[in-house]
Design a protein around this ligand. Structure first.
Ligand code: GRF
Length: 214
């Protein structure tokens, strides 16, 4: 039910899916810890046993699970297993924070328009893997970071927030990635906040926010 300001908030219990370092996960952990983000993290799930993000979650006393895709007959079965773990913990919003797997229909159906992904380019430019390398190889002058809702179209769902990052002549994948990452860490908690405040509406393939987006 929308409030006086036209916002339609929900209690954000986050399920965060990771595959590696987990610096975006950390940005959410930190934003929750400082009170900048009004949300709780119900569970972190990794498809890789050695993901540093699992340790970050455990250090923050967050339930952290490794689910091995090889334990499931196919992708749908794996996605169903993830959806079950998330639902079992009352998750209301899912974040893909460096989760290097395609999300299939069972997970999309379990959380319709409630899955956010962070991607290191200004989508729709440079979708898929190695977005920073793609921007450098293409000779782009500007790239950036995008947080979007996940749909069945790879990196193609409605955009929630973006930030531009200029390329420098002497950039390497590493230097560019580091500058983009700063923006990812700013945008992802902010997008979670916008969603939780019930301020993001999907209209066609766009999102419209009630009140200021940034
Ligand atoms: C980020 O650049 C994210 O955009 C991409 O993978 C990277 C994950 O980094 N999908 P981290 O694991 O959050 O540190």
């Amino acid at each position: 039910m929308p409030d006086k300001k036209g916002y339609d908030p929900f209690s954000a219990r986050l399920g965060i899916l990771i595959s590696g370092r987990g610096s975006n996960l950390q940005s959410i952990i930190d934003a929750v810890a400082t009170g900048a983000l009004d949300a709780s993290i119900a569970v972190v799930i990794s498809n890789r046993p050695d993901a540093l993000g699992l340790q970050r979650a455990r250090d923050a006393r967050i339930d952290a699970l490794y689910l091995d895709p090889r334990d499931y007959p196919d992708r749908d079965a794996y996605d169903r297993a993830i959806a079950e773990r998330l639902r079992g913990r009352g998750v209301t919003l899912v974040c893909l924070a460096g989760f290097m797997r395609l999300v299939g229909q069972p997970l999309l159906d379990a959380f319709p328009l409630r899955i956010l992904n962070v991607h290191p380019s200004l989508l729709p430019a440079f979708p898929g893997l190695d977005a920073q390398r793609q921007a450098l190889d293409h000779g782009a002058c500007v790239t950036g970071a995008t947080v979007h809702l996940v749909s069945s179209d790879l990196d193609g769902g409605p955009i929630v927030l973006q930030a531009a990052v200029p390329l420098h002549d002497d950039d390497t994948v590493e230097s560019l990635s580091a500058r983009i990452l700063e923006q990812e860490h700013r945008l992802l908690p902010q997008a979670v906040g916008l969603m939780a405040e019930g301020r993001v509406k999907v209209v066609g393939r766009r999102t419209v926010t009630t009140g200021p987006r940034h």
